[in-house]
Design a protein around this ligand. Sequence first.
Ligand SMILES: CC(C)(COP(=O)(O)OP(=O)(O)OC[C@H]1O[C@@H](n2cnc3c(N)ncnc32)[C@H](O)[C@@H]1OP(=O)(O)O)[C@@H](O)C(=O)NCCC(=O)NCCS
Length: 167
Amino acid sequence: MIGASPTVTPTIRALAPADRARVEAMARATPLFRDDEIAVALEVFDGAANGSPDYLGAGAELDGRLAGWIAWGATPCTAGTYDLYWLVVDPELHGRGIGTVLIREMERRLAGIARLIVVETAGRPDYAGTRAFYEARGYRRTATIPDFYAPDDDLVVYVKALTTLAW
Ligand SMILES: CC(C)(COP(=O)(O)OP(=O)(O)OC[C@H]1O[C@@H](n2cnc3c(N)ncnc32)[C@H](O)[C@@H]1OP(=O)(O)O)[C@@H](O)C(=O)NCCC(=O)NCCS
């Protein structure tokens, strides 16, 4: 297709504390994220990069540079439910397949372990691309809480069931 950026093949690797500045820069370059959300993203990153059992993660590297990252973890007080806590790709590299590689990596690592993956995102118009991303990857919109984040800023919950022998 004319004008479409080609898909790339990033290398998946573990997150490391040294990635923190790059993770913060990617978050600050993402127009969707407010400052308070960036602070939370860094908390999640710190957990995933420093071996917390509650936060698991992976990074996608392209040409020797972190291009995106994902973090997830077991949801407390559930049997086999996991939350996708954070997913972000460098805005300069959106639409090149990196987010897909990261979400597939999470699903691969949860196969046989997780029963359900839950994603919480926003219902605002500027999140339409994000919602389309999850929907096209098999995540089903299951709930909305109106005005959750702020007036006219809904919470939208997506769920994907993993079919595994373990469950
Ligand atoms: C959502 C996000 C992780 C997707 O990663 P990505 O590498 O751009 O996605 P991919 O290239 O693998 O897939 C492209 C798909 O994502 C969707 N998408 C969402 N935002 C997009 C953007 N800015 N540019 C291009 N595609 C985008 C499109 O629907 C596209 O669909 P298609 O495959 O049918 O063409 C990434 O756009 C991002 O970091 N967005 C901002 C942060 C965010 O919303 N994080 C999730 C919070 S819950």
